[in-house]
Design a protein around this ligand. Sequence first.
Ligand SMILES: [Zn+2]
Length: 153
Amino acid sequence: MMLTWKDVINFTVNGNPNPPFRVEKTDAEWRQQLTPEQYRITRQKGTERPYSGALCSIYDEGQYNCICCNTPLFDSTIKFESGSGWPSFTQPIEAHAIKYHKDSSLGMIRVEVLCNSCDAHLGHIFPDGPEPSGLRYCINSESMTLESKTDNT
Ligand SMILES: [Zn+2]
């Protein structure tokens, strides 16, 4: 099933799909596990500077997992060069991997994208991506780890 902007809006209004599993830790545990920058972005809804992320211009085959709980979020087949300065994807790896929240901060309405298992802030989603889905998941490098397929060969 391919998600569209209509599905995304529907999730923000009527609720998100159930996650595959839940990971809950205390603030002190997250601080201990993550680097200060990873903590700032994922647990405090921060944003990395554009073009600063390690995964921004990497197109190796593999799977992008949540830096906090290791849940698979995206894969390299749905990554594309958006020119925005952040890793960009057109779909999640599975619909229930991601949750969506309406975000009214900074004086505009946007849709925030979070890990559905541990609530890590990942980035935002916009309806200006390439066809057929028309979606652009704009994700911070620091919120993900790339599990490269070439690691095992
Ligand atoms: Zn997570």
